[in-house]
Design a protein around this ligand. Structure first.
Ligand code: SF4
Length: 163
């Protein structure tokens, strides 16, 4: 199956701080979870994608949060630089890739203002999480792409088995 995966989860240094969120090398994942992830990589066709880089932002870059979660969306850095357009372009590019390649499932990084599928930071840069989705995850989900995050690997594997 074709799967869109957040590039940072694959170990690419595309995060805002120039680091990655590698599942394979991450200390917060058990050996069993890493094995599961490697199985998923080996058994499927993987499309690595970083919406924020695709949207034209540099790496490293200032951390950003979603200030307005309804239209018109507003995404700003802590220093109040408006990066909304970059986030929207990244989301659109992710969606277009899914459409053109017929990708129906994604594994995206949790809590990110682009990739988060369940929770995001509340826009106050104080570390508070709220229910909500990053702009890319939201657009994909609204258009029928099933999105999991890196803390849902067992559920994700189960989904792949039955799809
Ligand atoms: S935008 Fe998504 S893929 Fe890119 S660094 Fe952030 S969480 Fe990772």
């Amino acid at each position: 199956m074709k799967i869109l995966i957040s590039s940072c989860l694959l170990g690419e240094d595309v995060r805002y701080d120039g680091e990655n969120s590698s599942i394979a090398y991450g200390s917060s994942f058990t050996f069993a979870q890493k094995e599961l992830f490697m199985d998923i990589l080996c058994e499927n066709e993987i499309y690595s994608f970083c919406p924020e880089v695709s949207g034209g932002l540099p790496t490293p870059r200032e951390a950003a949060e979603i200030i307005s979660r309804t239209k018109p969306f507003i995404v700003q850095t802590k220093e109040k630089t408006d990066v909304t357009i970059n986030f929207l372009i990244g989301a659109k590019n992710a969606f277009e890739l899914c459409q053109s390649e017929d990708i129906k499932v994604a594994l995206l990084k949790s809590k990110s203002p682009s990739c988060g599928n369940e929770k995001i930071y509340d826009g106050t840069f104080s570390g508070n999480l709220i229910e909500g989705q990053g702009l890319t995850a939201k657009l994909l989900i609204e258009n029928g792409v099933v999105v999991f995050n890196e803390n849902q690997l067992e559920k994700f594997k189960e989904f792949l088995k039955t799809s």
